[in-house]
Design a binder for this molecule. Structure first.
Ligand SMILES: Cc1cc2nc3c(=O)[nH]c(=O)nc-3n(C[C@H](O)[C@H](O)[C@H](O)COP(=O)(O)OP(=O)(O)OC[C@H]3O[C@@H](n4cnc5c(N)ncnc54)[C@H](O)[C@@H]3O)c2cc1C
Length: 222
């Protein structure tokens, strides 16, 4: 898996803070942005978070290039509706070489790993045969497994990033999407560390675990 931040709102944290200040002062956004310092922005962001005034976080967006995740994970990712996605098409791009994700639980079982690889190769072989026989890629792709790698571009604003990370960094979420959001957090940390610090599992925000069973990080309420 490779995750790279390819574009983002300039000065994302100052922009969020300036937008927040605009609601309580009689100044233009440009003046507020010019006067905003990282220290004041951090203090304002703290206040927005504690008061639950989250709409200013929507003014900072982050665009990621995401390569080599499974279709199983991209399907989970795109359930987050407040984002924009462009995903490589299996209709227009035929899968010449099958790249697929192998979960560690399977990698650790050599006897099953072997059969897993055989199943992938067999599926791909039949897929190639179908293409050669004139079956359109949009139909032959029905043979491709959930494990097949995909690539996409995703744009999400900071508010939705915080929300998605809160549920996807929970260790009860599926391992590959947890890993994806760990990579997203690393990328955001590089350009907006205050926002990056807020990309954390929901239990860290709540102070307790609300899952049926805790991973052990924080206790449940009962
Ligand atoms: C551990 C885990 C297991 C899951 N298992 C399953 C499963 O078995 N089956 C399954 O189908 N899904 C499953 N999901 C997906 C889950 O149900 C959500 O679809 C996904 O997490 C997207 O998050 P969200 O609904 O909070 O909204 P997002 O799309 O991320 O939107 C963010 C917020 O905006 C608001 N919002 C967005 N759209 C609307 C709307 N139309 N109406 C009102 N408010 C809206 C909500 O407050 C929402 O929380 C799972 C998710 C997780 C994290």
């Amino acid at each position: 898996m490779e995750v790279r931040l390819i574009a983002y709102t300039p000065q994302p944290e100052l922009t969020i803070a300036a937008a927040a200040r605009l609601s309580t002062t009689n100044s233009k956004a440009t003046e507020l942005l010019d006067r905003m310092t990282p220290e004041r922005a951090n203090a304002l962001i703290d206040r927005l978070l504690t008061s639950g005034h989250l709409s200013p976080f929507e003014h900072a967006s982050f665009t990621f290039g995401i390569d080599g995740i499974s279709r199983a994970t991209s399907h989970q990712l795109v359930r987050h509706r407040l984002a924009s996605y462009t995903q490589q098409s299996q209709r227009y791009v035929s899968v010449k070489q099958l790249s697929y994700v192998t979960p560690r639980s399977i990698e650790e079982r050599p006897e099953l790993l072997d059969r897993y690889r055989q199943a992938m190769a067999a599926n791909h072989g039949l897929y190639r045969e179908m293409l050669q026989a004139g079956i359109p890629a949009e139909d032959a792709r029905y043979l491709l497994p959930n494990a097949v790698e995909t690539r996409l571009v995703m744009t999400m604003n900071a508010r939705e990033l915080m929300h998605a990370a809160s549920v996807r960094l929970c260790l009860r979420a599926q391992w590959e999407i947890v890993h994806l959001f760990e990579q997203i957090k690393i990328e955001v940390d590089k350009v907006a560390p205050r926002i990056g610090a807020e990309l954390k599992p929901k239990c860290f925000m709540q102070g307790y675990c609300d899952e049926a069973e805790t991973c052990g990080l924080l206790p449940t309420l009962n």
